[in-house]
Design a protein around this ligand. Structure first.
Ligand code: ADP
Length: 475
């Protein structure tokens, strides 16, 4: 049995069980009400009968009470067949007891207050076990006050109620079968949209991630579920496309250095050369291999960063110190190009961050500034706090300005995409794969900051990093 039919069966069983319980409760209540109503009818009939009986009682010469014989039992209710009658004087002496009582008694002496105010009802069992409903009434018969007790058996009431119960119980299996059938149909109807959804989802494969589940009513639960699934598909599609782009980008990037290695090797093998020449060939092959290794290392760092596997080791430090460290790293390259790097700004700008990752971001930006700026130019680094006072929403802003060609406005967003290069040939010659800025962006954003680039005047690029200041990071 499949899971689907499990749910269907379970729903039906639950439905039948709840229906059964409710039906049982209904039967009990109905029987109770039926019995209560019959008893009420009996009580009223007994009162009427009592009034009739009172007119027919009379004292006999020996001081006993008797019932006029001309009275015939004309019961208004079919239960009023076996009247039991007892008359006592106030001392509890029995003045009359009818034959039907057959030696039984409806109680001995009068109870306190019995029959004084109107007709007091009381249920009791006779000595032979017959359940009866007694109505007592105090009556003045020929100047003597007597207590008249009149009773009828409630056994017929019990039988009638049992009969009623039996009838309802006989209907129960039919009702339960009908409920089960209706419940099963209902479960199928409820689960049908889910089945449809499952069938549609089954059809969606990696190649058809653009398909969506139709949303009939976005406000009901199933519509909501379809929306959630569609959201999931959307995210999957985006991730899948990103992965595909990444794979094709990586293959594309690997192809060029590999082709270079291969062609250098092939040219080297074409003719006999001296050792010096072979050393040169191996040297340039190793250079390409080194570039490949760097690229793969960088890609691994990105993959790690994106999977969230990197744990930040945050410390509190002055950003200016880190700037000086990064400048020291690229200093040699700048010196080669006779460039100067000037640093100015707020020594008190403190951040809470992972020093290594922030240093990596700064080095990447400075390395680009050196790489893409002409020889003899100046690179300016300024550091300032956004607002003198500390507090939430306050940032530390670091700007790196160079005198290179700058980045055109239409590319200012895209330079942070992986493998994006403005001038592919020039960038690759200088060892770039278009991965430096994406890594810098990740390192800044993972600290709650942002990175952007704008055009400097008259020429050059200004890369801006905004990081939450220590005070803002604490909140
Ligand atoms: P790369 O390793 O190729 O430099 P990046 O991701 O660091 O990769 O930079 C992406 C592209 O952005 C570069 O190829 C270059 O075209 C451009 N770029 C980055 N920094 C600068 C800069 N300071 N001046 C001009 N162009 C830049």
């Amino acid at each position: 049995m499949t899971i689907r039919s499990h749910i269907r069966t379970r729903l039906t069983l639950w439905y039948v069980a709840i229906f059964g319980l409710l039906f049982a409760a209904y039967i009990c209540t109905a029987c109770f009400l039926e019995y209560w109503q019959l008893k009420q009818q009996l009580y009223h009939a007994e009162i009427q009968d009592m009034e009739t009986v009172q007119g027919l009682l009379h004292f006999t010469p020996d001081g006993q009470v008797s019932l006029h014989e001309e009275y015939f039992n004309r019961p208004e209710s079919r239960f009023l067949l076996d009247r039991l009658l007892e008359v006592l004087d106030l001392n509890g002496r029995v003045l009359f007891r009818n034959r039907r009582l057959d030696g039984n008694t409806l109680g001995n002496r009068g109870l306190p207050g019995e029959g004084v105010n109107g007709f007091s009802p009381r249920s009791l069992r006779l000595a032979d076990g017959t359940p009866v409903l007694v109505v007592s009434h105090v009556h003045v018969l020929e100047q003597t006050t007597v207590l008249i007790r009149l009773a009828y058996s409630t056994e017929p009431l019990r039988l009638q109620t049992l009969h009623f119960l039996l009838l309802l119980t006989l209907v129960a299996p039919i009702a339960l079968i009908a409920a089960g059938f209706a419940g099963y149909r209902f479960a199928i109807k409820v689960l049908d949209p889910l089945e449809q959804m499952a069938r549609l989802t089954e059809r969606i494969t990696a190649r058809r991630l653009n398909e969506r589940i139709p949303v009939k009513n976005p406000d009901d639960e199933l519509g909501h579920m379809a929306l959630v699934l569609n959201g999931l598909l959307e995210r999957l599609q985006q991730a899948f496309e990103k992965l595909q782009r990444f794979t094709s980008d990586v293959s594309h990037e690997l192809r060029t250095p590999l082709a270079a290695i291969r062609s250098v090797g092939e040219v080297g093998l074409q003719e006999e050369r001296d050792a010096e020449k072979y050393r040169d060939i191996i040297g340039s092959m190793l250079e390409e291999v080194a570039k490949l290794t760097t690229m793969i290392d960088t890609l691994l760092t990105i993959a790690h960063a994106e999977s969230g596997a990197i744990q930040l080791r945050k410390t509190t430090f002055a950003l200016m110190d880190l700037v000086h460290e990064a400048v020291a790293v690229v200093g040699v390259l700048a010196e080669d190009k006779k460039q100067t790097i000037s640093v100015q700004g707020d020594q008190g700008a403190i951040v809470i961050a992972d020093r290594n990752f922030l240093r990596m971001a700064l080095v990447n930006l400075l390395d680009n500034a050196v790489k893409y700026s002409p020889s003899g130019s100046n690179i300016e680094i300024t550091l300032r706090r956004d607002g003198a006072e500390s507090g939430p929403g306050h940032f530390v802003e670091l700007a790196i300005r160079d005198q290179g060609p700058g980045i055109p406005e239409n590319a200012q967003q895209r330079v942070f995409d992986r493998f994006y290069r403005l001038d592919e040939a020039r960038s690759r010659d200088s060892g770039g794969f278009g991965l430096g800025l994406p890594i810098a962006k990740w390192a800044v954003e993972v600290h709650g900051g942002s990175i952007s680039v704008k055009t400097a005047s008259p020429t050059g690029a200004i890369f801006c990093i905004k990081l939450p200041s220590r005070e803002a990071a604490r909140d």
